[in-house]
Write a protein that binds this ligand. Sequence first.
Ligand code: IMP
Ligand code: MG
Length: 186
Amino acid sequence: MATPEISQVLLTEEQIRARVRDLAEEIDRDYAGCDLLVVSVLKGAFYFLADLTRAMRIQVAIDFMAISSYRGGKGPSGAVRLIKDLDEDLTGRHVLLVEDIIDTGLTASYLLRTLQARDPADLAICTLLDKTARRIAHTLPIRYRGFEVPDLFLVGYGLDYRQFHRNLPYIGVIRDDFLRREPASS
Ligand code: IMP
Ligand code: MG
């Protein structure tokens, strides 16, 4: 194991690569001839977004926003502060929100409300990981899903624990005793 904090590799580099290729093919088929705008949230989705869009063959525009979630002692609230907004106008466009992981779904739900208010022709989600067990927001338009994952704290391929481990090429489970040392902040 490359990193002592990781107890288990959940998804290998090869598994991720193969699934990302499949998703890109699906998106290519579904959005052929559309004016597709892929939007993503910094920072967790940056490897996924890069690999996904690079595997796509259709013409696509890419834009970013940055948010900060409030996750105090009372758990996730879904309240999100926009730190950097998109540069692109969404009016009349086919918009695909690319996410690293959807957990409670509250963050995605908030973002969708914000984006929907800008009158896109169509708005859907592509998430690499789906932690369905913890879902609170149940009506998300998740059109593409890489993997359904168990309720474990995952790091790597963009996902962090206290800003570290994003650059692991695989997705791993962080050791329980390591997590318990200090409360996590997102
Ligand atoms: P949600 O609002 O609960 O769906 O929060 C989703 C966000 O929580 C993700 O974009 C991640 O930043 C973070 N998150 C949720 N689960 C994990 C995990 O297992 N590892 C790292 N970050 C996570
Ligand atoms: Mg995220």
